[in-house]
Design a protein. Sequence first.
Length: 455
Amino acid sequence: MSKPTIPQGTRDFDAATLRKRYYIFNTIKQCFEWFGFEPLETPAMENLDTLMGKYGDEGDKLIFKILNNGLDRPEKREKVQEAFEQVLQGKNTKEITERALRYDLTIPFARFVAMNHQQLTLPYKRYQLQPVWRADRPQKGRYREFYQCDADVVGTESLQADADFVQLYDLVFTKLNLPVTIHINNRKILAGLAEICEASEQLTDITIAIDKLDKIGKPAVLEQIAQLSLPVHAVDTVDNFLSVSGSNSDKLHTVGQLLAASALGTEGVLELQTIVALSETLETKNELIVDFTLARGLNYYTGAIFEIKAIGVAMGSIGGGGRYNDLTGLFGVKGIAGIGISFGLDRIYDCMEELQLFPQQALEEKKVMFLHMGDACTSFVMQQLKKLRLQGIIADYYHQQAKLDKQFKYAERKGFGIVVIIGPEEMEEGTCQVKNLSTGNQEKIAVSALAEFLG
RNA sequence: GAGGUUGUAGCUCAGUCGGUUAGAGCGUCAGAUUGUGGCUUUGAAGGCCGGGGGUUCGAAUCCCCUCAAUCUCCCCA
């Protein structure tokens, strides 16, 4: 038999890793709760229809599809073979696959809202911490199974909600002590730019090119724009757009003038101004940056868009989100606007690990281990363990008779801070030896006082 | 989907120009130590050199194929 493996891009997590992951997980969850979001979980798999066409052509290719069961049944043979021909052409058919692993948490949430909107009291704020799957090629900071931590609110068009999410981002990264910049833009501004360029049809191409600015530089971006066969003035317009600099309000002012001829673009500038102004009165620990090059790939955003970048680490975005004013419309329910953000748990972990930001205190637990002299002590030791555990103290003992030497080494390796030694002498006296492994201090106390001593 | 790098002990890695029985450190286990961990010290176990094929008297080493990991581009959290 060959050695067992796990699928590409997936991982097993050991105890030390999980403690750190839980630390991030719990911090994010706690912040969501503080903001009044309610928990929600949705299935790992969705109907393929629910997911297809929501993430763009590129996204569709990255959805993990689940093969239908029972394809081998003889009476289906002809249908299945016919359907498979379709698959070979790059099409999906219900005969072969009708379910898929979820690709993100936003679309399943929209599906949930569309199914339940009559029961929900709007605005509805939910948070969701669950794994998602993408058939991407794994590399640094990119996995095929990873956790997203989403908070969304639906049923409000208020820009105050947008500003609230800036505060939420700021709070989470403040609590994690991970320095980031919060980038914000507005889809309407990008649409306005395309309008000014007389190339509304090519909005996506333009934004994809602009998005690469910090990676390939302005000349290369303008080169790409030039190749889109847009009106002659378009390259200059984009050049001006990308040259905007200064403070957030300076940038908004300049772009406001540049896009004055576009009603949509002007609306976007005004929205962004409102959000930025609100955020500035509240102040953020992490810098809020108006970033007109921020595009984000997902098609369904209509207003504000966010992206988070960690400072001091070469890592893609560790969070993103934005406003979508008609997401449930995709599922036949019109008129429910929403906005939401996501935290990439795995990337946040990678950043914090690289910057060594995990606080030792938060990861260590107070644990007590009993060392004993053999079977004669077992019943006594177990009685003491029971008392401690009822008090919420993590307590364990060595399940076999062994030399103290060995038990000591075990306790140390497993991270027990305190050991309690029980032998025939102690049992007779009703005492025990309590030793602190980090200081080496040892004292004899009455067993009856143990729980209080450790508590 | 395109390209680069790397696969040797549980882990991190040496291994010369192709040449005898493939090494080290860490870790594991046992002893030094019959009621006291970390330090020290002695010893042991542990390998189809990723897999397959080829060249050669002879391959961990050279060539081809394949698998896996990892990174870059595309795209994304």
